[in-house]
Design a protein around this ligand. Sequence first.
Ligand code: ADP
Ligand code: ZN
Ligand code: ZN
Length: 813
Amino acid sequence: MPTRHKQVEVAVAMPVFGTYTYQVPPALEGLVEAGKRVLVPFGSRRITGYVLGDDSRDTADNLKPVDDVIDDDTPLFPAEMIPFFRWIADYYIHPIGEVISDALPGGINPSEYAVFSPTARGRRALEENTLDTAEKKVLARLTEKACRWAALCKNTGEDIPRSLLEKMRRQGLIEKQHQLKRQTVRTKTERCAALADTSADESGLSEPKAKIIQHLRTNGQSPVAALKKIVPTAAAHVRDLAKKEIVCIVEQEVYRDPFGDPVTPDTPPRLTAEQQRVVREAAEAVTSGFRTYLLAGVTGSGKTEVYMHIAAHALEHNRTALVLVPEIALISEIERRFRARFGARVAVLHSGLSAGERFDQWMRIARGEAPVVIGARSAVFAPLTQPGVIIVDEEHDTSYKQEGRLHYNARDMAVVRAKLANGAVVLGSATPSVQSVYNVAAGKFRELNLTRRIHRQAMPEVAVVDLRQHKGLKGARRFITPPLEEEIRATLGRNEQVLLFLNRRGFASYPVCAQCGEALKCRHCDITLTLHKKANIYKCHMCGYFRAAVSKCDTCGSASIKQLGTGTEKLEDAVATLFPEARVARMDKDTINRKGALLKILKDLREQKIDILVGTQMVAKGHDFPNITLVGIICADLSLSFPDFRAGEMTFQVLAQVAGRAGRGTAPGKVVLQTYSPDHFAIRAARIQDFMSFYNQEIKFRKALQYPPFARMTQLKISGRDKTKARQQAEDLGRLCQQIQNSGDPNLKQVQVLGPIESPVTRIAGRYRWQILLKAPEAGAVRKMLNLLRTQNPSAFPGREIHTAIDVDPFFM
Ligand code: ADP
Ligand code: ZN
Ligand code: ZN
């Protein structure tokens, strides 16, 4: 009877649904474990897979074996995360191998695998003949040519147990290197000299060498860089000593440090009574089980302090803490405060890190060295074990929605992850999302409130300017109406700072030919180009295409192009015209393309080297500018016209957030809000900063139109370079949806199929776009239809020439 090998379930990093069973050859037993990457044969290829655990599904005897294990000691993610990955794959209808490969930090490359080569000690041992036969064979072979385990077995003509290689590696006879094929990320190493076993006779040594030995005697080992401080020419001496085998040089792994300046540790302040209540309640769920809290509190009400206390509570109970922040621009501030409190226990994960830094941070977390993680949306995948609390700051922020290969919402997944880990979730915001407030009303979330600002500043006073009454204004005053201009002058006169907000970047978003009336459009997308005057280019905000601005009309060749539409650049010009003596800076995607640029603006603001800051919604978030006492909202209505049922919600949120920037210091704040629709309920509510009055109207409208949270939606996004084929595919899928809907299953009957229709922007980056919207009272029905759709037309998902993305809980921007 053949002996049964251990079998494992493996997810492959390929666009295939389902997982596969492989057998583990005896040599790899003990090395293969859940959370590690393996190399497996797949068709005619050999690809990366992720071990999900033992598998008893398939009883066939001819299962293919796992070829090799990529990860040595620490799995890349803890086994407890596997149910989380399965949940995501199921909910977002996405191949699980791709879910995992998307979750891992860039720089961990699927085509990476290990090559073995002999060490100096190994070579010596071979010469001195101190090895047993099997070891000798391996080393002899590797001395000729470093190679992979599989190649080694092939070359020697026999199965070499993988455990033997691991044993030899631990003995220092051979070393293992991960070869990276496409992208090189090697953990940074530091060269250290260590005193070799031989007792060194110092008498015959030169003075510098003796000094080095002396230092090594006291410290055991020392980085070469540190030795250079004692003996400037230490590097050469150490090499010399190593040759004589008096010292040895070892390479030691060091983490790349993504943190800038060191921070001084702080001591937690005494919490206010309100904060204490909130911490006590949320801390309870850290120990007693999953619960979601919505923490509503205006900026400055002490939410961050509350987060730190709950995180500390989790650590006290041997659990970990994860903090999600919507944008990397906001991370530096919160990161400093957490590092001041938690020191080296903090890791960060965000796209501002280099691939190497991200890899190192990931490994620190996976090895359990950093139980507090701060990061942007993808940090929801941080390889923490046992998260006791997951905090989502600014939970209403739309940047938690990811639209990559896998479409997901990090806020919603944070809740799921905490549920699976049996921990607490704290969703914090000054302007909570309608969805979350509804969940409170429905009894799913529990509400916590911080009602007062810590430093007891009053909320700013808001004056509304009705733009309809200022229609005749020309030039700069079209942006800055006389009432706003007056307020700016008064503020500058008191040496205080002004923030002007306009939710669109560039100079003019609608360049149009004065001769023939044609608008200038992107070559690849169906939208107009935006003039960026400083850079002197027309730029497409969809695909990044740009061209020189000195061009003529594409249609008639005329050179008279009118720059209609507005943007922060035009506003900046207007400010310069009206206030030539003021120091003006602009904060938007164009000026903040580097991490340093943002920090510089923030620093200049704090040091009052800037009088007027012009910016997009980027200025609305989180930053604390104590001397800004006036906020001017140039046109409150811009986002009301977005083709999304959330347009009102987003408008309310951004206005309330921007207004919240005024008067955070000791001086009282003022807001001037210019609008064409002062009577719109979102604008009225923002004006009095009354979330509930906004919510109560908004929720009625959502209910009447059956929008979320009263329905669940999924959008199919079909796109392709061939116009006809894209349309064909959209129509085919639409028909299939109708068929499934009418198949007699009452559950499927309640799914509404809307479309296919052309997307609002019909072409982006050369791809023609169509969409189908599926809507039902509950998510299960929509998912059922999608799964049927996928199995009945498998080649459409994701498809090759024509691509179909499944966007569950879509945002329509
Ligand atoms: P939010 O995150 O809601 O904007 P913060 O936690 O940043 O609020 O608090 C606002 C300011 O008040 C910060 O400067 C913070 O250090 C300070 N602060 C918060 N809680 C306390 C407290 N209990 N005692 C003293 N200062 C506090
Ligand atoms: Zn023209
Ligand atoms: Zn474009």
